[in-house]
Write a protein that binds this ligand. Structure first.
Ligand code: AMP
Length: 217
């Protein structure tokens, strides 16, 4: 049976940062729906063009499109043992679709770390965030700056600010999260696999809490 971990939390909770750290430690592929969309936007694919309007408005891309994209990604050979999902599922319909997909793949969601952060902190985190277009690592100008301003520590690419990290879109993304994604907390709580993590701490502390909360082999 393959084992999947779903990271839940509002935009700005640090899901992407933690997913990179934890997937490296557990040697699991990191699958970020947002990164796949951004990659498609960069390459101007049909999927990228379709997603663009939703993303720039801070809305969710429709379920059927997102579900098909993730289904294709999970069917690739690197996921046979499982994967760490970051940003998917984000709606009830996506969570149900994931269960069906995993049924077919003989897989299971074994844990759902929920990185909890108070709303007022999120806006400050998101609007100060800078992203590497090459490796998608994220930095924060105040809380997690790169060694050289504006440059990625890992591949020296120039960092950029995501369009949807600009102040006017951030508020919408948080509202969409509260309406559409927050209900998934109950969904996974009812299954007994939700792990609440305090995301207001520093990156290393969150990561340590996450690693110790995850079920051991
Ligand atoms: P993220 O990088 O996870 O913050 O995602 C950036 C944007 O991509 C979101 O604001 C949505 O517009 C879109 N997106 C990412 N994941 C999903 C998803 N699971 N369902 C629908 N839209 C998504």
């Amino acid at each position: 049976m393959s084992r999947f971990i779903v990271l839940l939390g509002p935009p700005g909770a640090g899901k992407g940062t933690q997913a990179k750290l934890v997937s490296g430690k557990l040697n699991m592929p990191h699958i970020s729906s947002g990164d796949i969309f951004r990659e498609n936007q960069k390459n101007k694919t049909e999927l990228g063009n379709l997603a663009e309007g939703y993303i720039s408005r801070g809305e969710l891309v429709p379920d059927d499109v997102t579900i098909a994209m993730i289904k294709e990604r999970l069917s690739r050979p690197d996921c046979v043992q499982g994967a760490l999902l970051d940003g998917f599922p984000r709606t009830d319909a996506q969570a149900e679709a994931l269960d069906e997909m995993l049924n077919d793949l003989d897989g299971q969601v074994i844990a759902v770390p929920y990185i909890k952060v108070a709303e007022e902190i999120l806006i400050e985190r998101l609007t100060g965030r800078w992203t590497c277009p090459t490796c998608s690592r994220v930095y924060h100008e105040k809380f997690n700056p790169p060694q050289n301003a504006g440059i990625c520590d890992y591949d020296t690419t120039e960092l950029y600010q995501r369009n949807d990290d600009k102040a006017e879109t951030v508020t919408r993304r948080i509202r969409v999260y509260l309406e559409q994604t927050q209900p998934l907390i109950d969904y996974y709580q009812n299954k007994g696999i939700l792990l609440e993590i305090d995301g207001a701490q520093g990156i290393d502390m969150v990561s340590a809490d996450l690693m110790s909360a995850l079920p051991q082999e």
